[in-house]
Design a protein around this ligand. Structure first.
Ligand SMILES: NC(=O)c1ccc[n+]([C@@H]2O[C@H](COP(=O)([O-])OP(=O)(O)OC[C@H]3O[C@@H](n4cnc5c(N)ncnc54)[C@H](OP(=O)(O)O)[C@@H]3O)[C@@H](O)[C@H]2O)c1
Length: 364
């Protein structure tokens, strides 16, 4: 694709409005049109965002030859259907997270995109922000030594409402699928696909998880501990821990703070001031060894804080993923190396495995 890129948006809700706002910060992006189930909604959306056209339905939008790429911003349960409609019409696709409600439909969408040679990507703004460029560079440079653990969480109390997709199973609700996916996507980005998964959940009256946790274990012995809640405020951050230090990323949803803390290597030289203690400890059988070990542990636990760096993003954050889609379309790339389709599929497989775990626990 050459020149400006024409975007069509399916849906007129919160994410669609923010995405349209984000497009204003991307040079060469043009909001060609929006479709909604209601023409009043579509008109209001167009007025607010400057969308050039309104369409009465998905089939009309995807049939417009001027549209290059379709953003799918409908409830989770409709993503697969809307992605397929766009791909069938020969359009590139950017689809909101979670890509689909389970791995089966994700596989079908991905196969269709690949069979037709069309660009397709899951929208996961966090991966494209400058703060994550910094984190990737730190990890590449081995800044925290060997990777050992990752923890990530996202949660806030949401009022119980079946109209809201958070709680509605037919709209693809559930804490882990809807907001735990940010933590899970980060774990997959940093550690790859896990070897084993365990999960636990508190299910609400509609049957979806209102709070849930997952523990992922990896072939190299690493562990990831992830949590999501629609009932409680969680810190909304992530910590990647290694043999020499840790990287903290906040907020998980739109990272803009990155802090690096380095810990002394255990086994290092003791400071001179401790020698007197050591001499005294030596006189007590067995304690000399324990004392030396304890001293080293204390040193190792006292970190060198290298600062909390603010790495702001421009626009509202949605613009970076849109810019990446446009870069790929201009370069003729069918997948983004930052959010490849295999990653999306592996995340969906993990989501299925996490859910299977708590369904099995419920039945036992
Ligand atoms: N990446 C992010 O940071 C981020 C943030 C929030 C949400 N999201 C994702 O974006 C998607 C939309 O979330 P949202 O918060 O924008 O939801 P929302 O405000 O409820 O908007 C969803 C839109 O989908 C359209 N729609 C089409 N068929 C529908 C149906 N059967 N039932 C309900 N709506 C239908 C509606 O537009 P019409 O009424 O005009 O048809 C509605 O406005 C979800 O997949 C969510 O996970 C992503």
């Amino acid at each position: 694709v050459r020149g400006d890129i024409n975007w069509g948006i399916i849906g007129s809700g919160w994410a669609c409005r923010d995405f349209a706002e984000g497009l204003k910060h991307v040079p060469g992006a043009r909001l060609a049109g929006v479709c909604s189930r209601s023409s009043a909604n579509a008109q209001a959306f167009a007025q607010r965002t400057g969308a050039a056209r309104v369409y009465t339905g998905v089939s009309e939008l995807v049939a417009d030859p001027s549209i290059n790429v379709v953003y799918v911003g409908t409830p989770n349960s409709l993503h697969a259907e809307h992605c397929c409609a766009a791909l069938e019409a020969g359009k590139a696709v950017l689809c909101e997270k979670p890509f689909t409600v389970s791995a089966g439909p994700a596989r079908r969408v991905i196969e269709m995109a690949r069979a037709r040679g069309l660009f397709c990507m899951e929208a996961m703004p966090m991966r494209f922000l400058p703060a994550m460029d910094r984190v990737r560079a730190m990890l590449r440079d081995g800044a925290i030594g060997e990777l050992r653990m990752l923890s990530a969480n996202f949660g806030f109390p949401a009022p119980y409402d079946l109209e809201n997709r958070f709680f509605n199973p037919s709209l693809g609700g559930g804490a882990f699928l809807d907001i735990g996916v940010y933590a899970l996507s980060l774990a997959h980005h940093v550690l790859g696909p896990p070897q084993r998964i365990a999960g636990g959940a508190a299910l609400g009256p509609s049957g979806v998880d209102e709070q849930s946790v997952a523990i992922l274990s990896y072939a190299g012995g690493q562990l990831a501990v992830l949590s999501a809640s629609l009932k409680a405020h969680l810190p909304g951050d992530a910590v990647i821990s290694g043999s020499r230090g840790e990287i903290r990323i906040a907020p998980l949803y739109r990272p803009e703070w990155v802090s690096l803390r380095m810990f002394a290597e255990s086994g290092g030289a003791e400071p001179a001031a401790s020698v007197g203690w050591r001499e005294r400890a030596k006189s007590i059988p067995g304690l000399d060894i324990a004392f030396a070990g304890g001293r080293r542990l204390m040193q190792a636990l006292r970190p060198t804080d290298t600062g909390n760096e603010h790495i702001p993003y421009e626009g509202n954050g949605f613009n970076y993923e849109a810019a990446e889609v446009m870069r790929c379309l201009h370069a003729g790339e069918r997948e983004s190396p930052i959010m490849p389709l295999d990653d999306t599929l592996e995340v969906m497989d993990s989501l299925d495995a996490i859910r299977d775990h708590w369904v099995a626990a419920q039945q036992s």
